[in-house]
Design a protein. Structure first.
Lengths: 166, 229
Protein backbone atom coordinates (compact mmCIF):
# COMPACT_ATOMS: atom_id res chain seq x y z
CA UNK A 1 0.00 0.00 0.00
CA UNK A 2 2.71 2.42 0.99
CA UNK A 3 4.67 1.74 -2.21
CA UNK A 4 1.74 2.50 -4.47
CA UNK A 5 -0.19 5.23 -2.78
CA UNK A 6 -1.71 6.63 -5.95
CA UNK A 7 -4.24 3.88 -6.74
CA UNK A 8 -5.59 3.78 -3.18
CA UNK A 9 -5.82 7.51 -3.03
CA UNK A 10 -7.35 8.04 -6.41
CA UNK A 11 -9.95 5.33 -5.88
CA UNK A 12 -11.01 6.72 -2.52
CA UNK A 13 -10.90 10.33 -3.67
CA UNK A 14 -12.83 9.57 -6.85
CA UNK A 15 -15.43 7.57 -4.95
CA UNK A 16 -15.81 10.35 -2.40
CA UNK A 17 -16.14 13.02 -5.05
CA UNK A 18 -18.74 11.01 -6.93
CA UNK A 19 -20.55 10.63 -3.64
CA UNK A 20 -20.45 14.31 -2.82
CA UNK A 21 -21.72 15.27 -6.24
CA UNK A 22 -24.43 12.61 -6.03
CA UNK A 23 -25.46 14.02 -2.67
CA UNK A 24 -25.61 17.58 -3.90
CA UNK A 25 -27.71 16.38 -6.83
CA UNK A 26 -30.76 15.17 -4.97
CA UNK A 27 -30.29 15.86 -1.31
CA UNK A 28 -33.03 18.48 -1.27
CA UNK A 29 -35.83 17.38 1.02
CA UNK A 30 -39.17 16.50 -0.54
CA UNK A 31 -41.09 19.37 -1.94
CA UNK A 32 -38.09 21.71 -1.86
CA UNK A 33 -36.12 20.54 -4.86
CA UNK A 34 -36.87 20.62 -8.52
CA UNK A 35 -39.48 17.92 -9.16
CA UNK A 36 -38.60 14.97 -11.34
CA UNK A 37 -39.78 15.32 -14.90
CA UNK A 38 -43.46 14.48 -15.14
CA UNK A 39 -44.06 14.47 -11.39
CA UNK A 40 -47.75 15.19 -10.71
CA UNK A 41 -48.10 18.69 -9.27
CA UNK A 42 -50.47 17.42 -6.62
CA UNK A 43 -47.54 15.80 -4.79
CA UNK A 44 -45.95 19.16 -3.98
CA UNK A 45 -49.35 20.61 -3.17
CA UNK A 46 -50.26 17.91 -0.69
CA UNK A 47 -46.83 18.02 0.93
CA UNK A 48 -47.27 21.76 1.44
CA UNK A 49 -50.76 21.10 2.82
CA UNK A 50 -49.49 18.46 5.27
CA UNK A 51 -46.78 20.91 6.33
CA UNK A 52 -49.53 23.45 7.14
CA UNK A 53 -51.48 20.78 8.97
CA UNK A 54 -48.45 19.79 11.04
CA UNK A 55 -47.49 23.40 11.74
CA UNK A 56 -51.02 24.22 12.99
CA UNK A 57 -50.92 21.24 15.33
CA UNK A 58 -47.51 22.37 16.59
CA UNK A 59 -48.90 25.88 17.12
CA UNK A 60 -51.67 24.44 19.32
CA UNK A 61 -49.26 22.32 21.37
CA UNK A 62 -46.79 25.20 21.70
CA UNK A 63 -49.53 27.37 23.23
CA UNK A 64 -50.48 24.59 25.66
CA UNK A 65 -46.86 24.29 26.83
CA UNK A 66 -46.85 27.92 27.95
CA UNK A 67 -48.19 29.26 31.25
CA UNK A 68 -51.13 31.10 29.69
CA UNK A 69 -52.29 29.55 26.42
CA UNK A 70 -53.64 32.13 23.97
CA UNK A 71 -57.05 30.73 23.01
CA UNK A 72 -57.29 33.01 19.97
CA UNK A 73 -54.09 31.50 18.56
CA UNK A 74 -55.32 28.00 19.34
CA UNK A 75 -58.67 28.63 17.66
CA UNK A 76 -57.08 30.04 14.53
CA UNK A 77 -54.62 27.12 14.39
CA UNK A 78 -57.44 24.62 14.91
CA UNK A 79 -59.35 26.17 11.99
CA UNK A 80 -56.25 26.00 9.75
CA UNK A 81 -55.74 22.39 10.80
CA UNK A 82 -59.36 21.52 10.00
CA UNK A 83 -59.16 23.16 6.56
CA UNK A 84 -55.89 21.35 5.77
CA UNK A 85 -57.33 18.04 6.99
CA UNK A 86 -60.36 18.41 4.71
CA UNK A 87 -58.15 19.41 1.76
CA UNK A 88 -56.29 16.06 1.86
CA UNK A 89 -59.41 14.33 0.50
CA UNK A 90 -58.77 15.41 -3.09
CA UNK A 91 -54.97 15.23 -2.94
CA UNK A 92 -54.51 11.51 -3.50
CA UNK A 93 -55.27 10.76 -7.15
CA UNK A 94 -54.07 7.35 -8.34
CA UNK A 95 -50.57 7.12 -9.74
CA UNK A 96 -49.00 9.40 -7.10
CA UNK A 97 -47.47 6.82 -4.74
CA UNK A 98 -43.85 6.11 -3.95
CA UNK A 99 -44.36 2.83 -5.85
CA UNK A 100 -45.00 4.96 -8.94
CA UNK A 101 -41.46 6.28 -8.55
CA UNK A 102 -42.23 9.73 -7.19
CA UNK A 103 -40.48 11.54 -4.36
CA UNK A 104 -43.25 10.92 -1.84
CA UNK A 105 -43.98 8.78 1.21
CA UNK A 106 -47.51 7.91 0.02
CA UNK A 107 -47.76 4.11 -0.01
CA UNK A 108 -49.63 2.21 -2.73
CA UNK A 109 -51.81 0.83 0.11
CA UNK A 110 -53.85 4.05 -0.17
CA UNK A 111 -55.32 2.82 -3.46
CA UNK A 112 -55.30 -0.86 -2.55
CA UNK A 113 -57.53 -0.24 0.47
CA UNK A 114 -59.65 2.75 -0.53
CA UNK A 115 -62.36 2.17 2.11
CA UNK A 116 -59.82 2.09 4.91
CA UNK A 117 -58.14 5.21 3.56
CA UNK A 118 -61.51 6.97 3.40
CA UNK A 119 -62.12 5.97 7.03
CA UNK A 120 -58.72 7.37 8.03
CA UNK A 121 -59.59 10.61 6.28
CA UNK A 122 -62.97 10.75 8.03
CA UNK A 123 -61.27 10.27 11.39
CA UNK A 124 -59.07 13.36 11.04
CA UNK A 125 -61.94 15.33 9.47
CA UNK A 126 -64.14 14.58 12.51
CA UNK A 127 -61.46 15.04 15.14
CA UNK A 128 -60.11 18.29 13.69
CA UNK A 129 -63.70 19.63 13.63
CA UNK A 130 -64.09 18.62 17.28
CA UNK A 131 -60.84 20.47 18.09
CA UNK A 132 -62.26 23.63 16.51
CA UNK A 133 -65.36 23.33 18.73
CA UNK A 134 -63.25 22.83 21.86
CA UNK A 135 -61.02 25.78 20.94
CA UNK A 136 -64.07 27.99 20.40
CA UNK A 137 -65.46 26.89 23.76
CA UNK A 138 -62.31 28.40 25.24
CA UNK A 139 -61.23 25.82 27.82
CA UNK A 140 -57.48 25.15 27.52
CA UNK A 141 -57.74 22.02 29.67
CA UNK A 142 -60.31 20.48 27.31
CA UNK A 143 -58.12 21.35 24.30
CA UNK A 144 -55.09 19.83 26.00
CA UNK A 145 -57.01 16.67 26.83
CA UNK A 146 -58.01 16.29 23.19
CA UNK A 147 -54.48 16.66 21.73
CA UNK A 148 -53.84 12.91 22.00
CA UNK A 149 -57.07 12.07 20.19
CA UNK A 150 -56.32 14.47 17.37
CA UNK A 151 -52.71 13.26 17.15
CA UNK A 152 -54.05 9.70 17.08
CA UNK A 153 -55.83 10.49 13.83
CA UNK A 154 -52.52 11.62 12.28
CA UNK A 155 -50.69 8.56 13.52
CA UNK A 156 -53.50 6.22 12.47
CA UNK A 157 -53.05 7.23 8.84
CA UNK A 158 -49.23 7.39 8.99
CA UNK A 159 -49.02 3.88 10.43
CA UNK A 160 -51.00 2.39 7.58
CA UNK A 161 -50.51 4.55 4.53
CA UNK A 162 -47.18 6.33 4.86
CA UNK A 163 -43.65 5.11 4.20
CA UNK A 164 -42.47 5.58 7.72
CA UNK A 165 -40.57 2.90 9.58
CA UNK A 166 -39.26 5.02 12.45
CA UNK B 1 29.00 -9.02 9.05
CA UNK B 2 29.34 -8.07 12.66
CA UNK B 3 27.58 -4.76 12.05
CA UNK B 4 24.66 -3.93 14.32
CA UNK B 5 22.21 -3.59 11.44
CA UNK B 6 21.02 -6.99 10.19
CA UNK B 7 21.04 -7.07 6.38
CA UNK B 8 17.62 -8.49 5.68
CA UNK B 9 16.83 -9.00 1.99
CA UNK B 10 13.78 -6.78 2.44
CA UNK B 11 15.55 -4.15 4.49
CA UNK B 12 14.12 -2.70 7.67
CA UNK B 13 10.58 -1.39 7.30
CA UNK B 14 11.19 2.25 6.50
CA UNK B 15 7.63 3.16 7.50
CA UNK B 16 7.03 4.16 11.09
CA UNK B 17 3.85 3.85 13.18
CA UNK B 18 1.70 6.97 12.86
CA UNK B 19 -1.98 6.12 13.43
CA UNK B 20 -3.28 3.61 15.95
CA UNK B 21 -6.00 1.15 14.98
CA UNK B 22 -8.87 2.86 16.87
CA UNK B 23 -8.11 6.16 15.10
CA UNK B 24 -8.20 4.44 11.71
CA UNK B 25 -11.36 2.47 12.49
CA UNK B 26 -13.26 5.51 13.74
CA UNK B 27 -12.05 7.53 10.75
CA UNK B 28 -13.28 5.02 8.17
CA UNK B 29 -16.49 4.45 10.11
CA UNK B 30 -17.18 8.19 9.84
CA UNK B 31 -16.49 7.99 6.11
CA UNK B 32 -19.10 5.22 5.75
CA UNK B 33 -21.66 6.52 8.22
CA UNK B 34 -22.01 10.08 6.90
CA UNK B 35 -23.18 8.94 3.44
CA UNK B 36 -25.24 6.13 5.01
CA UNK B 37 -27.01 8.67 7.23
CA UNK B 38 -27.71 10.90 4.26
CA UNK B 39 -29.02 7.97 2.20
CA UNK B 40 -31.29 6.67 4.95
CA UNK B 41 -32.82 10.13 5.49
CA UNK B 42 -33.35 10.70 1.76
CA UNK B 43 -35.15 7.37 1.50
CA UNK B 44 -37.22 7.71 4.69
CA UNK B 45 -35.47 4.73 6.29
CA UNK B 46 -35.93 6.23 9.72
CA UNK B 47 -35.31 3.12 11.81
CA UNK B 48 -31.95 2.70 10.05
CA UNK B 49 -31.24 6.44 10.23
CA UNK B 50 -31.69 6.38 14.00
CA UNK B 51 -29.51 3.31 14.37
CA UNK B 52 -26.74 4.86 12.24
CA UNK B 53 -27.09 8.12 14.16
CA UNK B 54 -26.67 6.49 17.55
CA UNK B 55 -23.71 4.51 16.19
CA UNK B 56 -22.14 7.76 15.03
CA UNK B 57 -22.79 9.24 18.47
CA UNK B 58 -20.96 6.33 20.10
CA UNK B 59 -18.00 6.68 17.73
CA UNK B 60 -17.82 10.44 18.33
CA UNK B 61 -17.80 9.93 22.09
CA UNK B 62 -15.13 7.27 21.66
CA UNK B 63 -13.00 9.57 19.49
CA UNK B 64 -13.21 12.40 22.00
CA UNK B 65 -12.31 10.12 24.93
CA UNK B 66 -9.49 8.65 22.81
CA UNK B 67 -8.39 12.21 22.16
CA UNK B 68 -7.46 12.39 25.84
CA UNK B 69 -6.26 8.87 26.67
CA UNK B 70 -5.26 7.45 23.26
CA UNK B 71 -1.88 7.21 21.61
CA UNK B 72 0.21 10.34 21.08
CA UNK B 73 -1.05 11.19 17.58
CA UNK B 74 -4.66 10.55 18.65
CA UNK B 75 -4.54 13.13 21.43
CA UNK B 76 -5.94 16.62 21.02
CA UNK B 77 -2.96 17.94 22.95
CA UNK B 78 -0.66 16.75 20.15
CA UNK B 79 -2.48 18.45 17.28
CA UNK B 80 -4.64 21.32 18.56
CA UNK B 81 -2.16 24.17 18.21
CA UNK B 82 -2.06 27.92 18.66
CA UNK B 83 -2.85 30.21 15.70
CA UNK B 84 0.86 31.09 15.69
CA UNK B 85 1.81 27.45 15.18
CA UNK B 86 -0.73 27.13 12.36
CA UNK B 87 0.71 30.22 10.70
CA UNK B 88 4.27 28.93 11.07
CA UNK B 89 3.19 25.63 9.50
CA UNK B 90 1.56 27.47 6.59
CA UNK B 91 4.80 29.38 6.01
CA UNK B 92 6.68 26.08 6.02
CA UNK B 93 8.53 26.99 9.21
CA UNK B 94 6.86 24.55 11.58
CA UNK B 95 8.64 21.92 13.61
CA UNK B 96 8.87 18.35 12.29
CA UNK B 97 5.92 16.20 13.38
CA UNK B 98 4.07 12.95 12.82
CA UNK B 99 0.27 12.82 12.90
CA UNK B 100 -1.94 15.78 12.22
CA UNK B 101 -0.32 19.02 11.10
CA UNK B 102 -1.36 22.15 13.00
CA UNK B 103 -3.71 22.96 10.09
CA UNK B 104 -5.16 19.44 10.00
CA UNK B 105 -5.74 19.74 13.73
CA UNK B 106 -8.23 22.53 13.00
CA UNK B 107 -9.88 20.31 10.42
CA UNK B 108 -10.24 17.44 12.91
CA UNK B 109 -11.87 19.73 15.45
CA UNK B 110 -14.20 21.20 12.80
CA UNK B 111 -15.25 17.80 11.41
CA UNK B 112 -15.79 16.21 14.82
CA UNK B 113 -17.59 19.35 16.02
CA UNK B 114 -19.88 19.51 12.98
CA UNK B 115 -20.77 15.83 13.26
CA UNK B 116 -21.42 16.26 16.99
CA UNK B 117 -23.73 19.25 16.36
CA UNK B 118 -25.56 17.33 13.63
CA UNK B 119 -26.02 14.21 15.79
CA UNK B 120 -26.95 16.34 18.78
CA UNK B 121 -29.72 18.12 16.86
CA UNK B 122 -30.94 14.82 15.44
CA UNK B 123 -31.41 13.36 18.92
CA UNK B 124 -34.12 15.96 19.62
CA UNK B 125 -35.59 16.14 16.12
CA UNK B 126 -39.00 15.12 14.86
CA UNK B 127 -42.58 15.25 16.07
CA UNK B 128 -44.20 12.35 17.94
CA UNK B 129 -47.38 12.77 15.85
CA UNK B 130 -45.51 13.02 12.58
CA UNK B 131 -43.15 10.16 11.87
CA UNK B 132 -39.82 9.34 13.45
CA UNK B 133 -38.37 11.16 16.45
CA UNK B 134 -34.90 11.22 17.95
CA UNK B 135 -34.56 9.39 21.28
CA UNK B 136 -34.39 12.66 23.26
CA UNK B 137 -37.32 14.37 21.52
CA UNK B 138 -39.66 14.02 24.55
CA UNK B 139 -37.24 16.12 26.64
CA UNK B 140 -37.81 19.36 24.71
CA UNK B 141 -40.74 21.61 23.86
CA UNK B 142 -42.58 21.25 20.57
CA UNK B 143 -41.14 24.52 19.24
CA UNK B 144 -37.60 23.59 20.29
CA UNK B 145 -37.87 20.21 18.57
CA UNK B 146 -39.19 21.97 15.47
CA UNK B 147 -36.27 24.43 15.42
CA UNK B 148 -33.74 21.60 15.93
CA UNK B 149 -35.38 19.58 13.15
CA UNK B 150 -34.92 22.48 10.73
CA UNK B 151 -31.36 22.89 11.95
CA UNK B 152 -30.72 19.16 11.43
CA UNK B 153 -31.93 19.49 7.83
CA UNK B 154 -29.76 22.41 6.72
CA UNK B 155 -26.71 21.69 8.85
CA UNK B 156 -26.10 18.59 6.74
CA UNK B 157 -24.75 20.99 4.10
CA UNK B 158 -22.17 22.28 6.56
CA UNK B 159 -21.03 18.71 7.24
CA UNK B 160 -20.92 18.02 3.49
CA UNK B 161 -18.95 21.23 2.88
CA UNK B 162 -16.35 20.29 5.49
CA UNK B 163 -16.06 16.79 4.00
CA UNK B 164 -15.53 18.32 0.55
CA UNK B 165 -12.83 20.61 1.97
CA UNK B 166 -11.22 17.60 3.66
CA UNK B 167 -11.15 15.64 0.38
CA UNK B 168 -9.83 18.64 -1.53
CA UNK B 169 -7.00 19.02 0.97
CA UNK B 170 -6.10 15.35 0.58
CA UNK B 171 -5.90 15.72 -3.20
CA UNK B 172 -3.89 18.94 -2.83
CA UNK B 173 -1.35 17.31 -0.52
CA UNK B 174 -0.87 14.47 -2.98
CA UNK B 175 -0.73 16.58 -6.13
CA UNK B 176 1.21 19.60 -4.90
CA UNK B 177 3.30 18.14 -2.11
CA UNK B 178 3.56 14.46 -3.14
CA UNK B 179 2.30 13.64 0.34
CA UNK B 180 -0.05 10.64 0.41
CA UNK B 181 -2.29 11.02 3.44
CA UNK B 182 -4.67 8.18 2.64
CA UNK B 183 -2.39 5.12 2.74
CA UNK B 184 -1.18 5.82 6.30
CA UNK B 185 -4.82 6.15 7.39
CA UNK B 186 -5.29 2.62 6.00
CA UNK B 187 -2.06 0.93 7.10
CA UNK B 188 -1.26 3.09 10.12
CA UNK B 189 2.31 3.54 8.87
CA UNK B 190 4.09 6.20 6.94
CA UNK B 191 7.55 6.78 5.51
CA UNK B 192 8.82 9.91 7.17
CA UNK B 193 11.98 11.70 6.12
CA UNK B 194 12.36 13.88 9.18
CA UNK B 195 13.92 12.40 12.29
CA UNK B 196 10.84 11.92 14.46
CA UNK B 197 9.84 9.40 17.10
CA UNK B 198 7.23 6.90 15.86
CA UNK B 199 3.86 6.65 17.62
CA UNK B 200 3.78 4.46 20.74
CA UNK B 201 1.11 1.77 21.13
CA UNK B 202 -1.51 2.28 23.84
CA UNK B 203 -2.39 -0.35 26.46
CA UNK B 204 -5.49 -2.41 25.63
CA UNK B 205 -7.05 -1.50 28.95
CA UNK B 206 -7.36 2.13 27.90
CA UNK B 207 -9.03 1.14 24.66
CA UNK B 208 -11.43 -1.15 26.56
CA UNK B 209 -12.27 1.70 28.94
CA UNK B 210 -12.96 4.19 26.11
CA UNK B 211 -14.99 1.62 24.15
CA UNK B 212 -17.10 0.61 27.15
CA UNK B 213 -17.72 4.22 28.18
CA UNK B 214 -18.75 5.36 24.71
CA UNK B 215 -20.90 2.29 23.96
CA UNK B 216 -22.60 2.64 27.32
CA UNK B 217 -23.34 6.34 26.84
CA UNK B 218 -24.60 5.87 23.29
CA UNK B 219 -26.91 3.03 24.35
CA UNK B 220 -28.21 5.09 27.26
CA UNK B 221 -29.06 7.91 24.82
CA UNK B 222 -30.58 5.42 22.35
CA UNK B 223 -32.99 4.30 25.04
CA UNK B 224 -33.89 7.92 25.79
CA UNK B 225 -31.59 8.56 28.78
CA UNK B 226 -33.74 6.65 31.29
CA UNK B 227 -35.14 7.59 33.73
CA UNK B 228 -35.44 11.11 32.25
CA UNK B 229 -37.85 10.28 29.42
Amino acid sequence: MAKHPLPTLSIIAAASLVLVSACSGDAAPEGDGAPKAGEPEVIDARQANFKKLGDSFKAIRTQLEGDSPDMAVIESAALDLNIAALATKDQFPEGTSVADGWDTEALATIWEKPEEFAKAHQMIADRSAEMVKLAQAGDPAAVAAYVKDLGGSCKNCHDNFRLDDG
Amino acid sequence: MASAQPASPFGADPAIRVWDLPVRLTHWSFALLVPALWWSAENSQWALHKRFGVTLLGLLIFRVVWGFIGTRTARFSSFVKSPGAVLAYLKGKGAAFIGHSPLAGLSVVALLGAMAIQVGAGLFSGDPYDGATGPLNPLVKVSTADALTNWHEWFYWVVLGLVALHLTAIVYYLAAKQDDLVSPMVSGRKIVKADVQENEPAPWGRFAFAAALSAGLALWVAFGVPPFT
